[in-house]
Design a protein around this ligand. Structure first.
Ligand code: FES
Length: 96
């Protein structure tokens, strides 16, 4: 399985993840710079903005888009828990 590099730009943290696997399925409390709550696209604890590499992300589902419209005005905002990548990304973590 190929790996992708992710840089969290506001903390400087870097990680390597498997491509095409949701971040919430490969990151846990000990290795994740992104906090997760529900891990199912409901709470927005994991909200990120894709600063580079939006073309390397899976498309948001209709349900994800609906929540993103409520919690962010940034068109590159995504829920980290549902995010899958197939290339390198730079993310700004804005959820809490
Ligand atoms: S962890 Fe709840 S929406 Fe991602």
């Amino acid at each position: 399985m190929s790996k992708c590099k992710i840089e969290i730009t506001n903390t400087g943290e870097q990680l390597e993840v498997n491509e095409n696997v949701e971040l919430s399925k490969q990151l846990n409390a000990t290795n994740s710079p992104i906090l997760f709550g529900c891990r199912t696209g409901i709470c927005a604890t994991c909200l990120v903005v894709v600063e580079e590499g939006i073309e390397n992300c899976n498309d948001a589902t209709d349900d994800e888009k609906e929540l993103l419209e409520i919690v962010s005005e940034d068109t590159n905002a995504r829920l980290g828990c549902l995010l899958k990548c197939h290339g390198n990304l730079k993310l700004k973590y804005i959820g809490k």
